[in-house]
Unconditional design. Structure first.
Length: 119
């Protein structure tokens, strides 16, 4: 899933530098017109209805009305867990997160987790 909130002068994907890359089943969101570049066909452009998590980490998370829910193109091998360590069951969601009410088992690393003073 890719969200772009303001115009940028450089393309999202430089197809001159990337060869033989094929992507499909992605969700994109832009404020303004949908890009006309060739890579734009890799995306379905619509509002993913994300919200900023209240955990102080600044992550944007899926909501129960997100258009990413149950919308992933099935891949092989099947990825059993999302980025937070929760099970991916049934039809998968687009992106690294599977929308769930289950508790998060792991999160992003913080300064407490890494560096010379980390446990």
């Amino acid at each position: 899933m890719v969200v772009r909130t303001k115009p940028q002068s450089l393309p999202l994907v430089n197809l001159e530098l990337v060869r033989n890359l094929r992507a499909h089943g992605n969700l994109g969101y832009v404020c303004g017109p949908v890009p006309s570049e060739a890579w734009a066909s890799w995306f379905r452009f619509e509002d993913p209805r994300l919200r900023r998590a209240e955990d102080g980490l600044g992550l944007w998370r899926l909501t129960d009305s997100s258009t990413a829910i149950d919308a992933a193109v099935e891949v092989s091998p099947v990825i059993a867990e999302d980025v937070f360590g929760r099970a991916r069951i049934g039809r998968r969601d687009i992106g690294a997160e599977e929308f769930s009410k289950d508790p998060v088992k792991r999160g992003p690393l913080t300064s407490i987790d890494v560096g010379p003073d980390a446990p």
